[in-house]
Structure formats: C-alpha cells, structure tokens
Design a protein around this ligand. Sequence first.
Ligand SMILES: [Zn+2]
Length: 493
Amino acid sequence: MTRHLITTAIDYVNASPHAGHALEKIQADVLSRYYRSLGDEVFFLTGTDENSLKNVQSAEKEGLPVKEFVERNAKQFMRLAQELNLSNDDFIRTTETRHTLGVQKLWQACLKDIYKKTYQGLYCVGCEEFYKEDELVNGLCPEHKTKPELISEEDYFFRLSKYQHTLSELISSNQLEIIPESRKNEVLNFINSGLEDICISRSTQRAHHWGIDVPNDSNQKVWVWFDALSNYITALGYATESEQFKKWWLTGEDLLHCIGKGISRFHAVYWPAMLLSAGLPLPKRIFVHGYLTVKGEKMAKSLGNIVDPFQLLDKYGSEVVRYFFIREFSATEDGNFSEERIQERYQSDLAEGLGNLLSRVLALGEKYHSPILLEKNELLDFRQKIEKQYQQKMQEFKFNEALASVWDLVNALNKYLTDKKPWKTITNNPKEFEEQLATLVLSLGKVALLIAPVMPETSEKILEALQLKNLTETNWHNLKVSLKTGIPLFPKL
Ligand SMILES: [Zn+2]
C-alpha cells in the first residue's frame, strides 16, 4: 500500500478535550508520520462533530447560543491538534457547508433504503443512539451509566437489516479488516445476532432546531451519526466529487479509520452499510484503540475524572506527552493514566536513557573532530534486528512494543559506551576509537530515524547534533560528520 487515508474520530465539542482525545490523535499521527517515513503518501484527517444534541444541551446549560458554543469549543480541539504537533492535512467541522452538502448528497444516494415509520425507543443522548432493553445495564446506558430517554415519534429509517449478510462476509474475510481480532469478533457477533433497521433522523423539535435538514423535509434533522460518519468523505469533497475525493476515497488504496472501542459498531456496521447503499467504496481497515482510564474508569466529563491535556502539554511539552502515551499503553487495550508514570518514564527512558546517550556521544565527539566513519560497525547486526522488529510491530499497531525495541538499542548503546570506554581508546588506539565513535553515531542516528513518527522534534535535534541531517540508507556509511554539543534534550524536571 502506498496511499493511505488516515482518519480519527471527530469529537463532540460539548466540553473541552480530555487526555483520551489526545491519545487517539497521537496514535493516528504516529501512523501518518510512520507511513510517510516509508515514502508512502498520506492524507491525515481529523475534526469535530458539532451537530449533536449533546452540544445543544451543554450550550443551553451555559446559556449560550449553540453556534457560539460550538465555535468556542471547536477552537479548543483545533488548538489541541496544534499543540500535539499533529501533521493533519485537514480539519473538518461538521457545521461547514462542504459537510452539510455532502451529508444531504449521501442521504439522497441512500434513498432506496430509507423509509418513514413511527417508532418508540430508549435513546441515550450521550451516545446519540437508541438502545434495546437487553443492551442496558440495570436500566442504564453501558457507556454513560445514565438512564436513556423514552422517545416516540415518526422518523426516517435506514434498511440496515438488508446488509447483514454482506457485512458479515466482508468483515470475516478481512476485506474490511478490523484490528484487533477481539474487536472484529465483537462486531461479527453483533452483526450475526441480527441487524435491525436504524432510525436516522429526529424531529426538528427534538433536535432543538440544530443540525442538518433531511433533504426535502425541514421537519426532520439528520441523525447525528449519519451526519458525523459522512465527514470522512465530505471533508475530501464528496459534495462536489472533487479530485481529492476521487484520489483518496474512490480510488483509495488504504482507507484507515482510527477509533475508540465505544464506537466500533457505528464505524464497522452502520457506516459500511451506508456506503454500500450509496454505491461507494468501503474503508479498508478500522483500528480500534482502548480507553485511557483513571483508576480503572473511562475518562469522561460525566464521570468527573478528566485529565486536561493542555496542562500536561504545558508541563512536559508535546514530545514527552507523545512519547508517554505511545510507550506506556498497548494501543488496543485500556491504559491506566497516572502522572507519576510520566515522571518515571521521563527519568528512566528519556533523561537517563536517550538524553544521556546523546550527551555522552557528543562529549566523545568533542575530543575528536570530524571523524571519518568507517563501515565496520560492531552493532550492525543488532541494529538490523531491532529495525526489523520495529517495522513489524509498527505494522501490527503495537506501537509500544516498537518503541521498546528502539530502547533496547538505546540501552545497548549506553552499555557499549560503558564497556568499551572509548574515552580511553582515544589515546591507546585512535583507529579503534574512530570505529567505536562511528558505531555510536550511526546507531544513534538510526534511533533518531526510528523515533521520528513519535518524537519528530527530538529526532530532528539528534540528527542535527550528530550532523546527520541528510542521512539516508544510501549514504549511511563512510560519512564525514562533526558533532554539535550544547543541546540538552531532556533537562531535569
Ligand atoms: Zn450513552
């Protein structure tokens, strides 16, 4: 695969972003930067979901007009994207015209599967979804632990049931791949237990006049999930059938959605069914990450245990926050957040591990200017083994293990320094010293390249300090380098 469309979920803007939002965005950014580092072409999309009833209710609580409220909060999410140093190519807000027009176009494209009926059901505004009685836990929403509302009205329905067999086939055969396997099985169980048609609109009154009008029926607003899921194509220019839409969606090679486990049903069942109905290509892969938890509970405003990502970014900077979130947690499982762990990782992995390694190598370089690096490299085999492991783990979405491999190399290099004592070799055997320095510089250069998707700025700083900025596989050996000292990578906290 050489062309990847990579998307994150778009966030409700009913409150400021929390650290869980940051986790998903960092993961998607790491993937984007990783594929770019392989020479692949990437379009990385993120954005905000502004048409939900949740936003309306929160705005009403604050006594603000909804438009003003979502405008203010959307800016927080855009700022978060910037402060996390995301490399996104676009940011879609679902109140934009390009989105509204795209949603209405998609609705029309699905018309053969849309019908009207009177319906009564239990609706969780937090999830923006109807629940069946048996899906509730003690009568409460399993995600929000709140009591759903009993709704009765005439709405539009989408013939989801019609796609049950096709979806089951596509997912079991991995034509639509769901990662990890455990999530794939959950989705298949859900599909195979029988799909019912879904309600895809609500009365304009129940929507408090907020949202996108159903085409030709201004008494109804498009259900927020039908609306939100469409962002993946509306952002690319579906409404106008733009070149960008053709390139990344219609003829896309890899369409990859990164989402949280709570919304896999929407992405792996409802969304592909909508696309099948409209005759559009499906995503190729759906990567489902775990939640960031605090003392075992999901981080959520309603649960009052929010970790503010801006505070973390102010205190530690984006590089450390990115490193921590990727290294500390398995991407597919829940990860328990604790700030002490950031400090422990900072101290052991960054300050004493990588930072210390760089300053030790630079200190050696000061003793010996402009060394000619020879091909002989005692750690070459080990380095190649590490890189192979790293590539494999990245492809398997095991980002934490990929970084662990890189740190095996960091630790080996620190040990190499301690064992070989090049500061002694320099007087006894200058040629050997030169080879040792070459081993250290080239291996540390490799470390810098491998951490680039996770810590782009640190990677740059290391390459700059080693004067290896234009390092590629072809000029890897026989380089003339000089070292630049004086850049403290990870100062004391
Ligand atoms: Zn809920």
